[in-house]
Design a protein around this ligand. Structure first.
Ligand code: NAD
Length: 297
């Protein structure tokens, strides 16, 4: 390895610490008769969604928490989904509700998410959660942006005054992440880039912290990165690879081998942001259970 190679940020190791903390907190609750439980709703058979749900449920079990797996057919009606959520909202044994996205296209995603009781909205996608986040009030923070913030917090650099460039403006990654970075506690100066951005490289080159969340394999090339920058790769893209057992491999939005020669710190895919997303979900489920237990006692 050359002396100029980026430090690879170990998302698995950072996530393991958060998962252990969640396991201890879940153990305390279980000892008091409250076993944290997440209901996971999945509609249809999308292979990526099924594998995300399996990973989340495995992590919950390893942290001593329960998951209630609710599988619905791809042609499920919106009213059935809404009834299912109403039942889970009323169920005292269920502390968190997660609807795996994307939902089948005939279902109104917004209406389904808005049906979740904000007290159980551990994904942080409900408009009330989003509003609380923007206002800096207590509430559930969305897992991927919060996980990225935790990764950045573990680096020996200050976010304060840094220029963060976020590539992507989705409601689940780009927008909330930009919002968390601009908070006074983070104190970064934030630029948000998207498909309407002219000359993407002119923005990314000015980034002390570059976050790629576009879902486009290899979008960020080495000549778009400032030397020594912190680069966080959120993208998870399936790229055809006949030599792989599954016929594809996963890669991020960043041209990893080339950018590793230029960046100061860089997250790998897999093993960077992904594990942090799951760790933050566990933390939110424990937090939901703690709050609900305190409210009822
Ligand atoms: P999305 O498709 O909803 O949003 C992508 C955003 O990127 C859009 O706002 C779009 O404007 C922008 N974009 C797309 N192409 C661009 C380009 N060429 N130049 C500039 N901007 C561009 O996706 P999403 O849900 O935000 O997810 C983004 C990526 O992150 C996906 O690969 C997804 O799989 C991944 N993801 C990973 C995790 C994780 O835990 N690791 C979690 C969520 C999403």
């Amino acid at each position: 390895m050359s002396a100029t190679m980026a430090t690879i940020i170990d998302g698995k190791a950072a996530a393991a610490k958060i998962r252990e903390e969640a396991r201890l907190r879940a153990g305390l609750l279980s000892g008091a008769g409250v076993r944290p439980c997440l209901a996971v709703i999945i509609a249809g058979e999308d292979p990526a969604s099924l594998s995300y749900v399996a990973a989340k449920e495995k992590a919950l079990a390893e942290a001593g928490m329960e998951s209630l797996d609710i599988r619905l057919p791809a042609d499920v009606g919106e009213s059935r989904l809404l009834e299912t959520i109403a039942g889970l909202n009323a169920d005292e044994k269920v502390h968190g509700i997660l609807v795996q996205l994307p939902l089948p296209s005939h279902v109104g995603e917004d209406r389904v998410i808005t049906a979740i009781d904000p007290a159980k909205d551990v994904d942080g996608f409900h408009p009330v959660s989003v509003g609380n986040m923007v206002l800096g009030r207590p509430g559930f923070l969305p897992c991927t942006p919060n996980g990225i913030l935790a990764l950045l917090g573990g680096l020996p650099v200050s976010l304060s005054g840094a220029h963060a460039v976020v590539v992507g403006r989705s409601n689940i990654v780009g927008k909330p992440l930009a919002n968390l970075l601009v908070r006074r506690e983070s104190n970064a100066t934030v630029t948000i880039c998207h498909t309407g951005t002219v000359d993407l490289a002119s923005h990314t080159l000015r980034a002390d912290i570059l976050i790629a969340a576009a879902g486009k394999a290899g979008l960020i090339k080495a000549d778009m990165v400032r030397p020594g920058a912190i680069v966080i790769d959120v993208g998870v893209n399936r790229v055809a690879d006949p030599s792989a057992a599954k016929g594809y491999r996963l890669c991020g939005d960043v041209d990893f081998p080339e950018v590793a020669k230029k960046a100061g710190h860089l997250t790998p895919v897999p093993g960077g942001v992904g594990p942090m997303t799951i760790a933050m979900l566990l933390r939110n489920v424990v937090q939901a259970a703690e709050r609900q237990a305190a409210f009822r006692s």
